[in-house]
Design a protein around this ligand. Structure first.
Ligand SMILES: Cc1ncc(C[n+]2csc(CCOP(=O)(O)OP(=O)(O)O)c2C)c(N)n1
Ligand SMILES: [Mg+2]
Length: 350
């Protein structure tokens, strides 16, 4: 693999991690409000998939999409300003964390509704196919989305019409606090796809090189006219579902009730449950960013000093993004009307 691609993927992963950890900090300070779903732990998927795509491919994402936008090339300043709800943000401060959009880079949005990226990808791919363009649509969603009707309807249409879509399931094993074996009758996501005549495979989503290569091959098959492809990446998120989720899902009074009666083993386990920290996880399994950085150091693609320099450069980028966001103006109500369907007369087009 070219050195440039390796370097870019490492930079993207380090930036995604540093950006998200800083976003958590800014949220705690009250500079970011609303829902905030963070990506630490899953960086190898965004970096590997999006770097394997071409500039004319479309990306459709869900609400955990900041890193997808960063890897696609949206400047950190614009992503952070969107989180801060400022007029300089990538959606002009009107979307916030879950509704990022960057038309110039064909980043066709984050969406708050679980499973919503799938029908949108079908629409874009249908338009592309009708015009005979050599473009593909990359559609991200989580393991929780595969029980949605939209997922199955979209896969059926994509399979039937041989649409140029790469379906990417980021299987982090949880839908909010529910583990996949508790919400899916068939927990091996890729096996479900057989029903739609779409080739599907499962890959280690913690190893960016595997992610990149699997994606490259799938996109080549799509470009050769092979129709939609499906990849399930096994990954893990280090934080709770969102900043609003400390890791326990039930009200304290309810938990107390369970604690006061027997049998309470299950309830007690859940009461005590908390998400492991990134450090604790790194001790038991591979941290995807460290794994890749170590690989590049071991294979002498990179020397320690370069890695340090890169980290410092990223720190500056993130600091600059926060400064830019905090100094940017709030959007005005007038601008809100103006951006509806791009109508300059402020009329709503239905
Ligand atoms: C249609 C719909 N149902 C429920 C929700 C509430 N909800 C938000 S995120 C989420 C879990 C989705 O989990 P998953 O798809 O695995 O993505 P992850 O958060 O793990 O990245 C749920 C149920 C929603 N946003 N939309
Ligand atoms: Mg999930």
């Amino acid at each position: 693999m070219e050195r440039e691609v390796l370097h870019r993927m490492l930079r993207d992963m380090l930036l995604s991690r540093a950006f998200e950890e800083r976003a958590a900090e800014e949220y705690s300070k009250g500079n970011i409000v609303g829902f905030l779903h963070l990506y630490p732990g899953e960086e190898a998927v965004a970096a590997g998939v999006i770097n394997a795509a071409g500039p004319s491919d479309y990306i459709v994402s869900n609400y955990r999409e900041h890193a997808h936008a960063l890897v696609r090339g949206t400047p950190a300043r614009e992503v952070m300003a969107e989180l801060f709800g400022r007029a300089t943000g990538m959606s002009k401060g009107m979307g916030g964390s879950m509704h990022m959009f960057d038309r110039d880079r064909r980043f066709m949005g984050g969406y708050a509704i679980v499973g919503q990226s799938c029908p949108i990808a079908v629409g874009i791919a249908y338009a592309t196919a009708m015009r005979g363009l050599p473009e593909s649509v990359i559609c991200f969603f989580g393991d929780g989305a595969v029980n949605q009707g939209t997922f199955h309807e979209s896969l059926n249409m994509a399979g039937l019409w041989k649409l140029p879509i790469l379906f990417v399931c980021e299987n982090n094993h949880y839908a909010i606090g529910t583990e996949i074996h508790r919400h899916s009758a068939v927990p091996e996501v890729f096996k479900r796809v057989a029903a739609y005549n779409i080739p599907a495979e499962k890959t280690d989503g913690m190893d960016v090189l595997k992610v990149y290569n699997t994606t490259k091959h799938a996109l080549e098959r799509i470009r050769r006219g092979g129709g939609p492809q499906f990849i399930e990446f096994e990954t893990y998120r280090y934080r709770g579902h969102s900043m609003a989720d400390p890791g326990t899902t039930r009200p304290a009074v309810e938990l107390k009730g369970f604690q006061s009666v027997d049998p309470l083993n299950t309830a007690k386990r859940e009461v005590e449950f908390r998400y492991p920290t990134a450090d604790e996880l790194a001790e038991v399994g591979p941290d995807n960013v460290k794994l890749f950085a170590d690989h590049l150091l071991d294979s002498e693609y990179l020397i320690e000093a370069e890695l340090e320099e890169l980290k410092q450069e990223i720190q500056k980028t993130v600091d600059d993004a926060v400064a830019f966001a905090s100094q940017s103006p709030q959007p005005t109500m007038d601008a809100a009307w103006g951006h509806l369907n791009g109508n300059s007369r402020h009329e709503i087009l239905m």
